[in-house]
Design a binder for this molecule. Sequence first.
Ligand code: GDP
Ligand code: MG
Length: 173
Amino acid sequence: MWHNNVNVKVVLLGDSGVGKSSVLLRFVDNYFKQDSSPTIGISSLKKTLHVNDTHIHFDIWDTAGQERYRSLTSMYCRDANAVILVYDITSRNSFNGLKAWYCGLKEIIKNSTIIAIAGNKEDLVEREEIPIDEAKEYANFIGAIYAKTSAKSNVGVEKIFMDIAKGLCPDIN
Ligand code: GDP
Ligand code: MG
């Protein structure tokens, strides 16, 4: 059968421990591990979503948040179609970290690259340190998609990837 193929390269960025690898594992394998081991360097996983006649092939790059990998990650962001900046909603520090990640990122990405912000660990909302309005306002300010996610309870994860695909190919609906 005829179908349209779209390739989407996504890079996950954010401080260590915010849940980047967990979001990726949830999206690709629909699985959550309470004690995931830290990512070393950079690795990638693939996942295809089917929307009507379109097959969206995601190639998702997971990075380590450590400072020493920043120059390496910039190499991967240069040709990314989308970057997901992840923070942990219970950590003000990780939100500040996200802003720092964005400052570095905006120097190297193309204008067409979609930026998404994922406020992860939404299942821990009672410990939230960043008011949702503040996070949304920042997303608005930098022209990013905003979503709350929980890799643990599977909230918002597939949606953020779908929103990215829709942003890149407006004819998907
Ligand atoms: P990374 O360093 O950004 O890749 O973060 P990890 O994916 O390794 O996750 C760090 C820790 O946070 C792990 O113990 C995860 O189990 C936990 N974690 C990740 N996502 C969530 C979430 O949505 N909710 C909760 N409660 N814990 C999470
Ligand atoms: Mg990781």
